[in-house]
Design a protein. Sequence first.
Length: 140
Amino acid sequence: MVNIYCLVNIETNTVFYVGATKNSLSVRLSSHLTREKLPTIVALSKKGGLIPEIKLLETVELDSQIERETFWIKHFSQRGVSLENTHMKAGKLIRSNGRMKLPDSEKKESIFLYVRKDVIERNGGKDVVKSKIESFLQTI
């Protein structure tokens, strides 16, 4: 299972990041605070060590993580929310934990895709994963 979550600026009560993790939300938040330098986290830290709130959006199966994370990124982007995700462009997912990368081009025929070997093995092999990816791409 994968937790899809958002980070919320506690001063403005606005979402600034959407992500996914197999870990608990507290572990993921700790990782954001110690390893990543999102602008809002840095700004909050400089204001007396404030930390963002992490909110669970939904828990999904691993095979639907990219689809659901993309849904939430689009959901917030379409409502004018400016997200700080480095793996998105114009509200579209371009990378998720190294598993999927789409180029700047919007053309589906020019999509580059990287899938980890263990993900392929867990999901029925190369042909099954390729078919699932092709089906998903028809929805974006």
